[in-house]
Design a protein around this ligand. Sequence first.
Ligand code: TYM
Length: 311
Amino acid sequence: MSPRLRVLSGIQPTADSFHLGNYLGAVRQWVTLQDTHDAFYCVVDLHAITVPQDPALLTRRTRVAAAQLLGAGLDPARCTLFVQSHVPKSAREGQEQASVGLFTYPILQAADILLYQADQVPVGEDQRQHLELSRTLAQRFNHRYGQTFVPPQPYILAEVAKIYDLQDPTAKMSKSSSSPQGIVDVLDTPDVIRRKIARAVTDTGSEVRADAEAKPGVTNLLRIYSALSGEPVATLEAKYEGTGYGAFKKDLAELVVASFAPIREKTERILADEAGLDRILADGAARAHRVAGQTMAAVRERIGLLPLRDR
Ligand code: TYM
């Protein structure tokens, strides 16, 4: 049997919850890929601190992020889940961690990807350019020092690569969006989800039909519905022919509620056992550290850095 390809991806702990865009664009694929790939996933706290964060909030959100990933279906028996800052980027255990100031954001991301020798990186469309840089750096290093890094490929599913804001369907759904009404959070309560979807901006006319140019709002909702239900967009268009937007949005709201309720409940259960969560993350960090250590040892050797002997 040929060894599994490796995937690695990360998510920032910069909000109280992941949103529907994070979930459909990335996290759902992470769950699926656990069964076919050697999977590494991290909560990228060092990326978060490239802009100022409240320290207590950052700690809390890092745990909530990890718990949500487990709530969404990551299984520590089938993947390695860890916190980015738990794995030093410099080679040697106990050595001072390279400060984030040394890395600009995309270089830090390339370091994550290359350190773990990821073949594929499951992300949304907004991350594509960061992956290009990672590939370029891998190829340059390999060219100069011999085959060392795997040049990573993006793993981006076209239908869910960019989920749009419910209040502004021309803008990406994003944590930094101007209106919270435009973002559906995975941890939102059912009533909040229903309200946000009921108020989602739709387009003139009343036809439930995908047309990215003329009907961006309805098209976005159709894509979300299709991704969550598994029904093709054309099937949904036929199902809602002549019903208007109301019935369509109501069903979509119930679908999102049903999809997120189990994740929210499991996330809460996991957060109730903080010590257990921290143990999962410590175990993940140890696994990640082994892989990163091998890569860094190879890098040092190729470059010709004199190894530091144990005293
Ligand atoms: P972050 O935390 O902004 O987003 C996490 C993942 O969610 C995807 N995403 C979306 N997908 C579809 N539609 C949307 N509206 C949407 N919004 C967000 C993102 O594409 C991402 O996959 N720099 C990264 C984190 C990172 C990383 C890495 C990723 C750090 N190191 C190494 C991969 C590999 C980020 O800020 O993602």
